[in-house]
Design a protein around this ligand. Sequence first.
Ligand SMILES: NC(=O)C1=CN([C@@H]2O[C@H](COP(=O)(O)OP(=O)(O)OC[C@H]3O[C@@H](n4cnc5c(N)ncnc54)[C@H](O)[C@@H]3O)[C@@H](O)[C@H]2O)C=CC1
Ligand SMILES: O=C(O)[C@@H]1CCC=N1
Length: 278
Amino acid sequence: MNKIGVIGAGSMAEAIVSGLIKGKLMAPDQIIISNRSNSERLFELETAYGVKVTHDKKEVIEQSSIILLAMKPKDVEAGINSIKDYVTNQLIISVLAGVSIATISQIFEKDLPVVRAMPNTSASIGKSATAIAANNKVTADNLQACKTLFEAIGSCTVVKEAQLDAVTGLSGSGPAYLYYFVESLEKAAEEVGLEGQIARELILQTIAGAAEMLTTSGKHASVLRKEVTSPNGTTEAGLTMLKDKNFEEAVISCVKRATERSEELKEMFAKTVINTTK
Ligand SMILES: NC(=O)C1=CN([C@@H]2O[C@H](COP(=O)(O)OP(=O)(O)OC[C@H]3O[C@@H](n4cnc5c(N)ncnc54)[C@H](O)[C@@H]3O)[C@@H](O)[C@H]2O)C=CC1
Ligand SMILES: O=C(O)[C@@H]1CCC=N1
């Protein structure tokens, strides 16, 4: 029976585990979770999902055919070092932002099959936009299994590893951009005289409706935008302000800078690992 061993028991691990169980992709007893030291957190996950939990890393690895790395990037070395002696040829899946497959393999000191994934926080409600990339040790069957696994928490696209920084800058960080946009709309609503709850309802339904139009109408965003925009009307007046304030340029700079930051972090982790494994 395929079992998944999860190293790291934070919010991303919980989102994936709950998706796997809710989507009936795995039974709770096929999932075994470990973290650094927080027993209370492990007990919480055991109680909520019926999964196995343990501090014994050897037990996690020996029971698992897939190992999910879900600690923070800064903890990657300590995390991998605590399991590497027990790893034989299991499939490694990492959700760590900005940690390359090469860096992961270097810490393991083994050429293992590694899949890097970039989900986003909407994984917790089964709506993540995830992209995955694999090294050449990953079989087509294993890649498909990973795709299915991430489809339990939303959508999943296979990309080249070199594209994962861009994915991180676009959809990994993306929910935060949209939340920031909503915060701005809330401030704007207040300034035009719409109080809290009323504004919130209008904003959320507008976003949900627009998202559904984008996914179901088959029309490009620019076409949908033009359908809202009457000549000399209110939308045109509003959009003119966004153009005047360089909205498009700000958004492009935002995604580019986040992508660049992902590249920087990747370099930084790679250098740290080279220095400590020398
Ligand atoms: N938050 C986000 O939007 C996204 C996060 N990610 C990635 O997901 C990963 C996890 O993020 P969160 O769940 O938000 O973090 P978190 O801080 O909630 O959880 C991290 C977990 O790792 C455990 N841990 C730390 N050191 C460990 C060690 N040496 N051995 C075993 N476990 C250890 C901690 O005990 C904790 O349970 C990060 O690497 C992040 O880059 C990926 C995509 C999006
Ligand atoms: O901000 C970050 O670095 C992580 C990666 C994608 C979302 N959160």
